[in-house]
Design a protein around this ligand. Sequence first.
Ligand code: OGA
Ligand code: NI
Length: 201
Amino acid sequence: MIDFEVKTRFEFAIDQLIQQGYAIVDQWLSADMLKELSAAINERYDLALFSEAKIGNDKDLLLNTSIRGDKIFWLDQQLAIPVEKEFLCIMDDFSDYLNYTCFAGIKLHEFHYAVYQPGTRYARHKDQFRSNDSRKYSMVLYLNEGWQQGDGGELMIYTNEDVKVEPLFGRLVFFRSELEHEVLLSNFERKSLTGWLKDHI
Ligand code: OGA
Ligand code: NI
């Protein structure tokens, strides 16, 4: 059973997704959860648990840091700490809700932390691979305390219009994975929890 407040948040996001192909939600998680997730990404990064992100999938994985400059750490349901488990549970509930209200057919999700060091970016791309279109919805939770104009690292989403999203602390962005998007050059250590809702493996 999901409570009324959670349901309202889900509906707010889904309405935007249906109307414009993307949704921006600023009050999705509690301040406590955000604080804990923020501590968790910092801790895992300090322990050097991150690796260079690659482009493509399985057979044609490529490392090209001028196209994609982030380092990532995949969440694992078994090894997750409580706040990460809680986050993944919320995504389970959200997937169920999308399936129930929109017949979205979401069967699984995957999430990683991402850190962009100053001077890095992610060039314009789609999150669906040529050989696998299982990613239906992309979601990014920003963990940047004190982000300011000029820090860069905004997300551009290219739909009918070009949408520029500031990577503000606690902001969650959803978009259809077939939409082209880009992470603009970041001038600071840009942190997020990023993932995909998928309809098959
Ligand atoms: C990605 C991506 C967007 C962002 O990881 O594929 O496009 O704002 N991320 O971090
Ligand atoms: Ni992307």
